[in-house]
Structures are given as structure tokens and as C-alpha cells.
Design a protein around this ligand. Structure first.
Ligand SMILES: O=C(CCCC[C@@H]1SC[C@@H]2NC(=O)N[C@@H]21)Nc1ccc([N+](=O)[O-])cc1
Length: 125
């Protein structure tokens, strides 16, 4: 592949699974996310993701972003931003930073609403 393809099945270091569909005509990203970890005691189920990417034009290593609202098992939302990279054998990796905002009781509590981290996704064989 000359271009780093976002579509397909991915996994990260937390054991999360992600399926992405990239749409060229409107540069939309859609898909599903199954987190390998949660801070709730509620049971985890797959949720939808929505985003956009810098494709498909001349970009070889597109940047992208997507949002996951953890509907039904947590009142929180995560935004991922990142870029698709390829190694010399054409193997793709998604390097991302995420921001998670958890619902808090009042604005004065919002100091404790945010968590931030990084995730690296590799293709699930
Ligand atoms: O547990 C959740 C919802 C699931 C978040 C999974 C995160 S998203 C960034 C990172 N990458 C992944 O693949 N998985 C993790 N939300 C939540 C629940 C409770 C609290 N809390 O503070 O109690 C905060 C957030």
C-alpha cells in the first residue's frame, strides 16, 4: 500500500478492539469500539464511533479524529486524535492521544472530569 489505510480491525495495548470504515467521498470515519478496560462497574459492550480523516487525496499518512460516547455503560465521552503510520513493510500503526471527559455533578467539580492518555493501535490479524 502506498497509503496508510484506516479501514479495518484494530487493537490497542489495553486490549480494546476497534473497527473503522473510512468514507472517501465525505472523509467521514464510522465504526465500532469495544474497550478492553472501564472505570465503571457496568458491563462493557461495543459502542459506535464517529469522526473524520484527512483523506483520501494526496495524504499518504493521514491524521484523523473520532469520538466515542460510552452510551449506556458510562456517562463519559472520549475524543481520539492521531495519525496513521506505516513501517518499511507497509504495516500500519495508529498513534493516538485521547481525552476522556466524565460527567461530574457540577461545574465546580469539572477539575476532576478529564483523563488523558495515549493509545497505539495495530491491525488485528
Ligand atoms: O470507563 C469509561 C468508559 C470506557 C473508557 C475507556 C477508555 S477511552 C481511552 C482508553 N483507551 C481505551 O481503549 N480504553 C480507555 N468511562 C469512565 C467510567 C468511570 C469514570 N470514573 O471516574 O468513575 C470515568 C470514566
Amino acid at each position: 500500500h502506498r497509503k496508510c489505510q484506516l479501514s479495518g480491525l484494530w487493537q490497542n495495548e489495553l486490549g480494546s478492539l476497534m473497527e473503522i470504515h473510512e468514507r472517501s467521498k465525505d472523509r467521514e470515519l464510522t465504526g465500532r469500539y469495544l474497550t478492553g478496560v472501564t472505570a465503571t462497574s457496568n458491563c462493557i459492550h461495543q459502542v459506535l464511533l464517529q469522526g473524520s480523516w484527512h483523506g483520501p487525496a494526496r495524504r499518504v499518512l493521514p491524521t484523523f479524529g473520532f469520538i466515542v460516547t460510552w452510551e449506556k455503560f458510562s456517562n463519559s465521552t472520549t475524543a481520539f486524535v492521531g495519525q496513521c503510520f506505516m513501517d518499511e513493510s507497509g504495516q500500519e500503526t495508529l498513534r493516538t492521544t485521547w481525552l476522556l471527559w466524565e460527567e461530574v455533578e457540577s461545574p465546580k467539580d469539572d477539575w476532576k472530569a478529564i483523563r488523558v492518555g495515549t493509545n497505539v493501535f495495530t491491525r488485528r490479524p
